[in-house]
Design a protein. Structure first.
Length: 317
């Protein structure tokens, strides 16, 4: 049998381990930190379990967002949208000191040389130069498409993976960058058609589609078919149509998709035809040309999908 002292020490250690989760007095999971973060207190019995904790926050106080921004001494967060993840030093192009005073001609010349060498040393090899150019292209295209920051981050991660697995060899940097951006849009639920992506890219639509299929297969990206309803709000907004038309278009898509008519059809063309049909039914008529221009499809596609949809809905033109 073990001595009493060993058993007491073991009990004390167990209580310390439980202290981070349970109160040692009433054994309830109600331990909370005080407002200043210096004590760990039980809400049930009021026992101060721990005190004198180290405050990991800043030593200064701020009472609003502007004060917090002015007193903060940290830089921008790490981001995958920059080839160096934003960790290298950036020298401002304004030839002024910290007090806003203009620099002398000698200092300006010195700063120009520093900027030049800073740009040179930011990329140490061809791989980093490749990544720098690709990510700048991704950022340019994402801005033109109006997609959020999350899509750019995902696209940058996908391009980095493609570069690590040597999928760029034999393909253009712009083509792979465009295909990863297209894949990121689909993954984030903010689809853009190949026509829209190719319009802001320097690569043809065929090459984008071919590269996208190759990259998604090699990286094992599980891509679900695009839901035409995701295009409806944006197209209706550009056509200045009401919520009633948008709701009716979604109803047409749901009803006809349940009958298996969506299989093998372009989601943009299908959404455009549903919007055209809904605009007629809601007396907010738009021409096939106007709808086709917004959706970047042909009028023939809209007419074909429109006829199929109204027949499936049991509506006589």
């Amino acid at each position: 049998m073990r001595p009493q002292r060993e058993r007491d020490n073991e009990t004390e250690q167990n209580q310390k381990q439980r202290g981070s989760h349970e109160c040692p007095e009433c054994e309830t999971d109600t331990l909370v930190k005080s407002s200043d973060g210096s004590e760990l207190v039980c809400e049930e019995c009021g026992l101060v379990s721990e005190e004198g904790q180290i405050d990991m926050g800043p030593e200064w106080r701020a009472f609003n967002h502007n004060e917090r921004q002015q007193k903060s001494r940290v830089g921008a967060p790490i981001t995958n949208t920059m080839h160096d993840k934003g960790l290298t030093t950036t020298i401002d192009w304004k030839d002024k000191d910290t007090y806003g005073r203009s620099l002398s001609s000698k200092k300006r010349s010195q700063m120009n040389r520093l900027r030049k060498w800073q740009e040179r040393i930011r990329t140490k090899d061809a791989g980093e130069r490749n990544l720098q150019f690709a990510l700048s292209e991704t950022d340019r295209m994402a801005s033109a498409l109006g997609v959020p920051r999350s899509v750019r981050e995902v696209a940058s991660v996908l391009y980095r993976r493609a570069l690590e697995e040597d999928l760029i060899r034999g393909r253009s940097i712009e083509g792979v960058a465009t295909s990863t951006l297209y894949a990121a849009c689909r993954m984030e639920g903010i689809p853009r058609s190949l026509e829209e992506v190719s319009a802001v890219s320097r690569v043809e639509r065929k090459e984008i589609g071919r590269t996208y299929r190759y990259v998604s297969q090699e990286l094992g990206l599980a891509m679900e078919p695009v839901d035409p309803k995701k295009y409806v709000p944006r197209f209706c907004s550009e056509l200045e149509l009401s919520e009633e038309v948008q709701s009716k278009a979604n109803e047409i898509i749901e009803t006809t998709a349940e009958q298996g008519m969506l299989s093998g059809k372009s989601p943009t063309g299908y959404a455009a035809a549903a919007i055209y049909a809904a605009s007629l039914l809601c007396n907010e008529k738009k021409t096939q040309r106007a709808v086709a221009d917004v959706a970047q499809v042909t009028e023939v596609t809209i007419r074909n999908r429109y006829q199929e949809q109204i027949e499936a809905m049991g509506i006589h033109d």
